[in-house]
Design a protein around this ligand. Structure first.
Ligand code: AMP
Length: 218
């Protein structure tokens, strides 16, 4: 299955990717994680991306499409993938169609996670992430078992540089302006299902399971 997760920062894309990967046996591809790793390793891509990321803006479409072209050719995505944070602009969505077409592939479903703006700001500023295995926590409603330590791999959790209040406001504005138009793009193609992310993790997960046609196994 080839899935796109759409929705503003903090709407649950990364959190729900975790069970989807396991359940569907396909990898999550998070352009944000790839870019953060590139910044951490001081690669050429990282150097080009860092300023955009720090300001809460988007990395140029050309760079993103280059990295996705390479990523979508790897063997692990032949059976499908979960795209988390890509595409983020109309040119990226068109570029994705252009990458999949020649591979004889097409998207199966786009899930749009809808969460109220006030809730997003609270979620993002209290989010903590594992820099190693990328697990996502929240100090208010999904804390790790031991404070500040990843349940899955024992690594010390961090707050992302762009999860501060000022940058969060900028990221939400960028989302509205540049990414929200993708909702109509995918609705027009009959691919979109809305997931109400305001109701909490369990309800959003149940809706996503129905949308993907996988029964609850819990
Ligand atoms: P995320 O982890 O998805 O919130 O992404 C963190 C940051 O990485 C974003 O605020 C952007 O600066 C950059 N980024 C991630 N994915 C993309 C993308 N598809 N297009 C442009 N910039 C991106």
């Amino acid at each position: 299955m080839r899935i796109v997760l759409l929705g503003p920062p903090g709407s649950g894309k990364g959190t729900h990717s975790a069970w989807m990967q396991e359940r569907l046996g396909i990898p999550q591809i998070s352009t944000g994680d790839i870019l953060r790793d590139a910044v951490a390793s001081a690669s050429e891509l990282g150097a080009k991306a860092k300023g955009h990321m720090d300001s809460g803006g988007l990395v140029p479409d050309g760079l993103i499409l280059d990295l996705m072209r390479e990523r979508l050719q790897r063997a692990d995505v032949r059976g499908g993938f979960i795209l988390d944070g890509f595409p983020r602009t109309i040119p990226q969505a068109e570029g994705l169609d252009g990458l999949l077409g020649p591979l004889g592939q097409a998207l199966d479903r786009v899930l749009n996670f809808v969460v109220a703006r006030g809730e997003l700001i609270g979620r993002l500023t209290s989010r903590r992430v594992c820099p190693k295995c990328k697990a996502v926590y929240n100090i208010s409603f999904k804390p790790p078992r031991e404070a500040g330590v990843c349940d899955a791999c024992g690594t010390r959790l961090i707050q992302r540089d762009d999860d501060t209040e000022a940058t969060v406001a900028q990221r939400l504005e960028v989302y509205e302006r540049q990414t929200a138009p993708l909702i109509a793009y995918y609705r027009d193609r009959g691919l979109l299902t809305e997931i109400d992310g305001n109701q909490g993790y369990e309800e959003a997960r149940a809706q996503a399971e129905r949308a993907l046609g996988v029964g609850a196994d819990r």
